[in-house]
Structures are given as C-alpha cells and as structure tokens.
Design a protein around this ligand. Structure first.
Ligand code: UGA
Length: 470
C-alpha cells in the first residue's frame, strides 16, 4: 500500500466540482449513528446499516437508541426529507453506496488488551462479495496500526474479479455529548487513500464539512497522510489525553500530602498556552468506552511491534487512573470516620448516596464509568448505596443491578450518611447545600470531580472533601 503525496489543500476539495457520492455507515452505534445523521444534514444521501434489528427500527422510527445532544432533531429532519435511511440488509448497502464507512466497535478482546477486530472483519467480508462497482471502504473505527492493509487483503479476497474496491482511512475524534459539533465542525480531518481516484472519492465524501466551514468563515485543518499515521492519530491522541489526566491526578496526590489545591494548581499550569487548561481536571479519573481501552490497545500493539519499552509508561498512566477509584473510597471512609486498614475501607451500616452513574455528564453511557465502579466498591465495602443520575439510571441498573437506584435526586439523598458527587452533571453543580442538608442524615460530601464550591458547602455546615484539595 503506497502512501499518498497529494497536496494538503482543503480549498481544492471545495472547488473540485465532484458530485456528492452516496454514503453508507456500517455500524450505527454512537459513532456511525451520529455520522449518518450529520452527513445527511450536510446534504449527502445516506444509508445506515447495522445487524441489530431493534436499533435499526428505532432509527427508522425517528428514535435514538442512545442519548446524544442535538442528534434527535437531525435524525427527524433528515428521515423526513428522505436523505437518511437505515437498514439491516447488506445487499442494499452494497447496491447503494459509493463510499462505505466502517464504524463498528473495536472493544478489548476478552483475553487481552488488544483490539477485537471481529466486527470489522465480518462487516468487510459480508460487504465485499456483494460490491459490483468501483467504490471505497473507509475505516473510521479505532484500530491498531497496520489494520488497513489487512482490510485491503480481506477486500481483495472477497471482491469479484474486475470490481475495483480500495480501502481508505479517516479516523474520527468524536467526544460523546459534543459529537454533533465534532462531526459537523471537526477540529481536523485526516485522510489516507491509495490511488488518485480513491483520494478524489474520499475528498468528495468530506466536501460537505469543508463547504459548511467556508459558509461560516472557518478553517478546518486537513491532514492528508499515509495509512499508518492515519491509524495512529486517534489512539495517539487518546493516550495523550489520558496521560494529561493521570498527570494531574498524580499531582492531586501530591497536593493532598503537601497541603496544596490541585484545582488552583491546574488553573495556574494551564495559563501556559503550551500546557492549556483542557483535560487537567483532577478527580476520580477517566473512563468511558474509549480512553481506557485505547490506552491499553496502543500499549499492546507497541509490544507486538517490538517497541513496548517506549510506551511502557502507558501502563503507569492506567494504574494512576485505577488508583483514583481506590482513593475515592478511602476518602469516603475517612469522611465517615471509618478506619482504612490494609484490606481497605469498611463501611457497614452507612447509607451512601452516589450522584452520577455515567462516565461523564450529558450522556447515558456507563461504559467503564469511574462513578459506577466507585459505587460498586462502596457497596463491596459494606455500605448501602443508592445511585441517582439524570440520564444513566436505566443503563446503570442493567450493568449493576445489586445497587439501589432512586429518583428524583431528593429521594436518593434522603437519610444519607454521605453524599458522593461523582459525575459533574450541571444539576449537581447547582445543588443548594442548605436545602440538601435538611434531607440527609449527616452533612458529609465527597466531591469526586472537584465540581463544587467547597466554601459554599462548608458554610452550610457540610464536611467537604474534594480530590487533591487539602
Ligand atoms: C474521548 C476523546 O476525548 C475523543 O477525542 C475521542 O474521539 C473519543 O474518546 C473516542 O475515542 O471516540 P469521550 O470518551 O467521549 O471522548 O470522553 P472525554 O470527554 O474524553 O472524557 C473521557 C473521560 O475523561 C471521562 O471519564 C472524563 O470525566 C475524564 N476526564 C476528562 C477527566 O477525568 N479529566 C479531564 O480533565 C477531562
């Protein structure tokens, strides 16, 4: 597979005059589902595909199977104008598309940290034999470096003779809860293709993004690169973000023993533009379906490629992150006056309310959620735990049925010996400490993501502990 030398010129995409190709998105989870609706909004004819019939019929009925801010309007609008459809029929996908985007999940394998590419494989091997005209298959899923040449091999093995199908790559950088903006107004577009015609088609598939930027007088940086780089950008970025978070969390430990305040430290550090304010929030650590998994998959791939040494620090980043959860339980026990022995904290007889179950605010996603894991650990330590979350209760209950769930918030905190704010939802930031103080049994609060004003809570008679704030 050769790397392309085409110019890095977004302007040439807008002026190229190519017609809009028809797009398919294979796998309509939070990634493919968002892309499908947004690209229809950008003017493309789009077909979304999934093997999950329930998910597809929900989409076709105008209902989102997951929560993503602003996406429901785009779904409704573009189903109505006919530019967007969803199907479970792979023949229809092959017939419809000029550009097929692979958006299926690449979770960790059950037996190791490396990425499980079986969904990707079954997508390609079921699509390829059905293709009957020139088209490209574009990887968007997060994969180990080297995957694109394997995908091209699969395509070559399964496509009929004389049908020209090439793999191309364009990683995605969606942040859940901001995913619509990230698709419509990305902070960069990265493209890799093999031949001139594939490059033209790939650019045409992204033309709408650049046209919108031009209308709004914005720039979208375009990086046209080789396949290995395009595959690496995503995991390298996620591992960097994880490193930044674990770095400030390690500083939080230092602040606690030295008598500092990590929130002020992060603010002061972030004023240096080379460091920046973002992703320096100390607390209970990172979770979700991406950062932890990608960190481990990158370390594992580096090991396979013989450069494990160079990325060995990633294992420590992961450990710093996991220790945040233990630390939160320790602080919870300390707040309640319980000793923390070598075997950990014991919290029998205590009623703890955990506010937040999702891995971050504005989502219903509870995958690898630090908040939910801490709730589970508190229960394992003997506490009776009740969880409240604005959007995540249903998913949390399915994943952790042994915890108690309650809503509204006032019911969840009634009689609590300790309240732990573990996901910084806006609703929790604006809680009234005086009013809440009347409902609980003891005014004790653990602020797991340092989202509250300590003075406000202390003034209302609460015993307040943050993470890394002495
Ligand atoms: C992350 C990346 O930010 C996206 O760029 C990437 O495209 C995406 O993964 C992906 O791989 O698809 P996401 O998982 O939606 O996006 O969530 P983030 O906003 O990155 O937050 C991840 C975790 O880090 C959360 O648990 C959050 O609470 C935590 N975090 C974030 C901190 O602990 N401190 C911070 O300063 C920032």
């Amino acid at each position: 597979m050769r790397s392309t030398n085409l110019p890095n010129d977004a302007e040439s995409i807008i002026t190229s005059g190519v017609t809009r190709p028809r797009l398919t998105f294979l796998g309509v989870g939070p990634l493919g589902g968002t892309y499908a609706a947004c690209y229809a909004e950008l003017g493309y004819e789009v077909l979304g595909y999934d093997i999950d019939e329930g998910r597809i019929s929900k989409f076709n009925d105008g209902q989102l199977p997951f929560y993503e801010r602003g996406l429901d309007e785009l779904l409704t609008k573009n189903l109505a104008n006919g530019r967007l459809r969803f199907t479970t029929d792979i023949d229809e996908v092959a017939e419809f598309g000029d550009v097929h985007f692979l958006c299926v999940g690449t979770p960790s394998r059950p037996d190791s940290n490396s990425a499980d590419l079986s969904y990707l494989e079954s997508c390609v091997t079921s699509l390829a034999p059905r293709l009957s005209r020139q088209c490209i298959i574009v990887g968007k899923s997060t994969v180990p470096v080297g995957t694109s040449s394997w995908v091209q091999q699969l395509i070559d093995q399964h496509t009929s003779d004389g049908v020209d199908v090439e793999v191309a790559w364009s990683p995605e950088f969606l942040q859940e809860s901001n995913a619509v903006q990230d698709v419509m107004r990305p902070n960069r577009v990265v493209l890799a293709a093999q031949s001139e015609w594939a490059q033209q088609l790939l650019q045409a598939a992204h033309k709408g993004v650049f046209e919108l930027a031009a209308q709004e007088d914005r720039d979208v940086p375009l990086v046209v690169t080789d396949f290995a780089t395009a595959e690496l950008v995503k995991v390298a970025s996620n591992a960097f973000l994880s490193t930044k978070i674990s770095y400030i969390n390690a500083m939080a430990d230092l602040c606690e023993v030295a008598g500092g305040d990590v929130t002020a430290l992060a603010r002061a550090m972030g004023h240096d533009e080379r460091i920046g304010q973002k992703f320096l929030r100390a607390g209970i650590g990172f979770g979700g379906g991406c950062l932890p998994k990608d960190l481990r998959a990158l370390a594992s791939r580096a090991q396979e490629l013989g450069v494990g040494e160079s990325l060995r620090f990633l294992a420590e980043i992961d450990e710093v992150n996991t220790r945040r959860r233990t630390r939160a339980v320790t602080i919870a026990a300390e707040l309640c006056g319980r000793d923390v022995g070598p075997a950990g904290a014991r919290m029998e007889g205590l009623h703890v309310t955990v506010l937040g179950a999702t891995f971050k605010p504005d989502t219903d996603d509870i995958r690898d959620s630090p908040a939910l894991d801490i709730a589970r650990r508190l229960r394992n330590a003997g506490a009776t735990v009740t969880v409240y979350d604005p959007k995540g209760i249903d998913n949390a209950r399915t994943a952790q049925p042994e915890l108690n769930y309650a809503k509204p918030l006032s019911e969840a905190v009634e009689g609590a010996d300790l309240v732990c704010v573990l996901t910084p939802w806006e609703e929790f930031r604006h809680l009234d400490p005086a009013a809440l103080g009347d409902i609980v049994s003891h005014r004790r609060i653990l602020d797991g993501m340092n989202a509250l004003d300590p003075q406000l809570w202390r003034n209302a008679g609460w015993e307040y502990r943050g993470m890394g704030r002495s």
